[in-house]
Design a protein. Sequence first.
Length: 732
Amino acid sequence: MGLAAVPRVAAVAAALVALAACGTPGAESPAADPGCAPYAAYRGHRGSTVTVRSSIRDVESDQLVKAWETFQTCTGITIDYTGRADFEAALPGDVAAGRIPDLALFPQPGLLAAMAHTGRLKPAGKAVAANVARYHPADWQRYGTVDGVLYAAPLDGNVKSFVWYSPKYFAQHGYTVPQTWADLLALSDRIAAAGIKPWCAGIESGGATGWPATDWLEDTLLRTAGPDVYDQWVAHRIPFDDPRVVAAIDRVGNILRDPRYVNGGYGGVDSIATTAFQEGGLPILQHQCALHRQASFYMNWWPANATVAEDGDLYAFYSLVVTAIFTASGVVGLLNLRGLVAEQDREYRVNVVALDRMTTVRSAVGAQLEAVLAYILSDPGFYRDTYAEVITESDRDIDARIAELRALPLPQSEQSGLKAFAATVTMWRTARQAALDAANAGDQRKAASVVLVRSEAIARAVKDRANSFLDQLVEAVADGAREAKANGIRNTQLTAAMLAAGALTAILLAVLTARAISRPLREVVDVLARVARGDLSRRVELDRGDEVGQMGRSLNETLGVLRAAFEEVHHRASHDGLTGLANRALLRERISAARANATQGRPVAMLLIDLDGFKQVNDAYGHNAGDFLLTVVAERLLAGVRAADTVARLRGDEFAVLLDGVESDEAVYLIADRLCTALQEPAAYRPDCIITPRASIGVNLWDGEVPIDALMHDADQAMYAAKTGGKGRVSF
């Protein structure tokens, strides 16, 4: 099949001129040096600057910058290069905000295609196109081509299929390089039995965190499903929950999710996500792990004094072809069960994905309804602009998720439910716009009337339609389980009938076969029956190494994925992705539950916290520093309240704390002051970078009588008063 290599490609970003149009025409460049002859075409631009952005940083970026030193010297053109860990996530936002580089080095063709479809990339010039056609084969030309248009020239490539190890360590312990996937797992078991976790890994990479695991998945899919399936997957013609993709995910997970195997030198499975990919393989040198899967470029990260050779400190072998997991069987009952489980696995995964997308939509709908009301009640300025951003972002989120739902192979009834919901959203947006127009015209009375009276029924219909569609999806999972149970029973009956049809001389064989197949099938049916009732806790208990045992393990993996998916959907629907705090939807639920305390006279208070100068932190130190600060604030807020209280992140740098049933009003004031003081303690982002946050806090006591929106609004006004009163303070 060849090496699994993905090239980096360089592309000219749209809305800025190409290099030949930069600088001041006629300016002289140092051309006396004969070594400058290749750059003669770029003379006349001395003093110009070209901005270049990519994900290449640290050791690799040093080599990249060194590569164009001669160009800069000969032409007088300065290349302003920035490598960011979150390049892939940040570039679309930077381009949309007008922060557009002259050149960008794309680490994968998929991102290049996505940016090309925005219309913001410039096609390659004639000279670039001629060079690409002359020096690169058709396959490599295709990496930089989108819809028949060449946007980028291939720059370099890395072999993604290496497993790094220490030949010296292997020789000392009698280990040999494995030749098959089974050999690799056997070697892992042998190393683990010796008391060493065989694998070490790291996937942290800022906004691009996770790509090393994706690389491993791509490698495995290419080798288990073949290049045609891989190409379809990359082109988004088959989804992530396609059984072939899922099988590849499971194979990778058998190593990365096994606490016996990972994470040597760093801890357990959880440490993989927090270990920087640059440091993932370094424990090999300390013999704290033995194997690390990473591309050929990882050679740059080994210490300079380490020898990379077949008999050296470090070397790599080519990752192994994963053999087929399930072989053919002549037992009809087992074949039918495989088909049953595969079909149910597909249906579950489609519905789980749909549940995830629709839960996100429902959360966005709730956030938008709140933002519209807050927009109308607020005066023009910062807060109204903030609510406008929430409305715009939630619209974008709703549209994107609905588009993903439409692309899923949903049954007709669910497609109809989705269509009805989308139509209701369109009606709501028409009514909403009338209210926003009235608010913008200064007529808050009319705007409130539109939202609270005329469009109330439509808003309620939007939420009802969303809830109804969610109910459909949940029921679809249960229906699938019930159907699986029925099919399983039929399959068991078929197997029994076939066995009964044997001649008298085959009775002994029939009994043995029944024990080997029919009883396990009945156990599978029992597990599926529990799934139909919503119980995902049971597993098939088959401790055997044959294909029946393999099928049981496959079903167990499916149920594990399903349970994890449901838990993830529930958590994502109610928690902030960065800080892990409650989100706005969960906060409202907690406020509703606190109403009983408030109406009975036990103090309940809402604290709204907004960081002062947060934008300046992002601008000065980057978004990673901003994310760091947000997590520090979250930790300090959690540390400063009781378990019964709720800390939430509402948006951006705005947080909320619900104090539920505190001892007295005075206690509320003390807690607010204590939080304000704690938040302003310095935080070390890096040893050479100390950030001192400040926050303004608005406090509103609640008697349980006024609506939740009014409670939030009054706390917001108090917080605004704290800001205008000098910032870094508490206002009641």
